[in-house]
Design a protein around this ligand. Structure first.
Ligand code: 5AD
Ligand code: SF4
Length: 441
């Protein structure tokens, strides 16, 4: 028996890619292990969205060197966005690395691994594939025990936000066929899955560039009508592509959870223009207002970049104002990080690192206060929780999620897994709730 160790960084897209990598490795006789010391093959699935994520990859690779020194037959491979970006350069700089595979080359991994096993020749494959080939390569994933699943509906991005490396490392946008998506979800539901999250870099533009394909709201309606599917979510949305038809879905589809991740990035029109986001603050707020009108219980989350080149104190104040107006349940806040090949990397900047850090801290403080107020409102309420399994807390508790995607840990019998049950929220923690389940509720 041979063993592989796989570590995943970054977004949900990488999580799905890693599931596919695992399935492919099993197909050539490798079984997973949880420590690199036990493995014959070590793989990293990497993220390059920010500089910090990218540096982590090199840091992590360093950990494997002593293992390889002891066991030179160990095969080490890197895939994902850093691999796509760096390609052969990674092999040149990391002497103990054997394999580099890009974001379009996952299906080639079994052959690449077998080739290294046999010839001990290092290999790198990072060519982008054409549309037709990619369409045939959407991961058909094995059915598992889980209650919730991600289903990829599109890949790549054509938006070229000026700060973002994704279009450069994931390639052009393609939409998977709706027949295939619906077929996969039907199979998953038949196997016990109760919740799916439709996944793509920009799900709202699903089907837009494909002849005779349905729109994203139409796809949502079709998925919603699959009997047995209890909850439906999607990520990520681009605000410019939110249509009235999509907003209406939140008032009409039973399974669609009242929750949307809607990255705003900045509250300044000037900065949004420089970011090439394709909307202004008024457009964004209008869409938020309409979402809240059709679905008053909706909770929004967002991404915000602080310290984009040229951001002034006034621009930043406008971001704070927007955050106060929208009242996000959660916000992922990032310090701007210049990325190679992107338009923003060559823009001039005047704010100091200290100023940017201070802005970041002010935004975080405001958001933590708002998040605290919103989540605290759940205390003492009874909420429907979809039970997913045994809690990672390790003390035998179960865990599930509310419609707002909040984790709830509580005591209860194992038979609840896969069911939606009423749980009283007894304590609101920073990132999760503690709940109390009583059978006779
Ligand atoms: N610097 C900082 N944050 C970035 N993001 C994307 N690119 C950068 C960058 N160069 C953030 C955006 C995006 C999230 C996934 O990562 O907010 O929505
Ligand atoms: Fe990056 Fe913009 Fe595409 Fe999102 S929409 S992946 S931020 S380029």
């Amino acid at each position: 028996m041979k063993y592989f160790y796989l570590e995943t960084f970054g977004c949900q897209m990488n999580v799905v890619d890693s599931e596919q990598i695992s399935a492919l490795m099993r197909g050539i006789g490798y079984e997973p292990v949880t420590a690199p010391e036990l493995a014959d093959l070590v793989l990293l699935n990497t993220c390059s969205v920010r500089d910090k994520a990218e540096r982590k990859v090199y840091g992590h690779l360093g950990r494997f060197k002593p293992i390889k020194d002891k066991r030179p037959e160990l095969i080490i491979g890197v895939g994902g966005c850093v691999a796509q970006q760096e390609g052969q350069r990674m092999l040149d700089t990391v002497s103990y690395l054997d394999l580099v595979f890009g974001t379009h080359n996952i299906h080639r991994l079994p052959e690449m691994v077998q080739q290294v096993e046999q010839t001990r020749q290092r290999a790198s494959e990072t060519d982008f594939l054409d549309r037709e080939t990619r369409l045939n390569l959407f991961p058909e994933r094995s059915v598992s025990e889980s209650v919730t699943r991600f289903v990829t509906i599109m890949q790549g991005c054509d938006n070229f936000c000026s700060y973002c490396i994704v279009p450069h490392v994931r390639g052009r946008e393609i939409s998977r066929s709706s027949a295939e998506i619906l077929g996969e979800i039907e199979t998953l539901v038949a196997a016990g899955v109760r919740e799916v999250t439709l996944l793509g870099q920009n799900v709202n533009s699903y089907g837009c560039k494909t002849d005779h394909e349905m729109s994203f709201p139409h796809l949502l309606r079709e998925v919603d009508s699959i009997a047995g599917l209890k909850r439906l979510r999607f990520a990520t949305s681009h605000p410019k592509d939110i249509t009235t038809e999509l907003i209406d879905c939140f008032g009409q589809l039973n399974s669609l959870c009242p929750q949307i991740h809607l990255p705003v990035q900045s509250g300044s029109d000037r900065i949004l223009g420089l970011m090439n986001r394709g909307y202004d603050v008024a457009d964004y707020l209008d869409k938020v207002r309409r979402l809240k009108a059709v679905c008053p219980q909706i909770r929004l989350t967002t991404d915000i970049i602080v310290g984009f080149p040229g951001e002034t104190e006034e621009d930043f104040q406008e971001t704070l104002t927007l955050v106060e107006q929208v009242r996000y349940a959660d916000a992922f806040t990032f310090l701007y990080s210049p990325r190679v090949e992107t338009a923003a990397a060559s823009m001039t900047d005047h704010a100091s690192a200290r100023q940017k850090q201070q802005r970041f801290d002010r935004l975080l403080k405001l958001q933590q206060q708002i998040s605290g107020e919103i989540w605290q409102a759940d205390a003492n309420r009874v909420m429907p929780v979809l039970v997913e399994g045994t809690s990672k807390q390790g003390d035998g508790q179960l865990f599930g999620r509310t419609v707002w995607n909040r984790i709830v840990n509580f005591n209860g019998p194992q038979e609840l897994v896969g069911r939606i049950v009423p749980v009283t929220i007894v304590k609101v923690l920073r990132n999760s709730h503690l709940g109390d389940y009583q059978e006779n509720l």
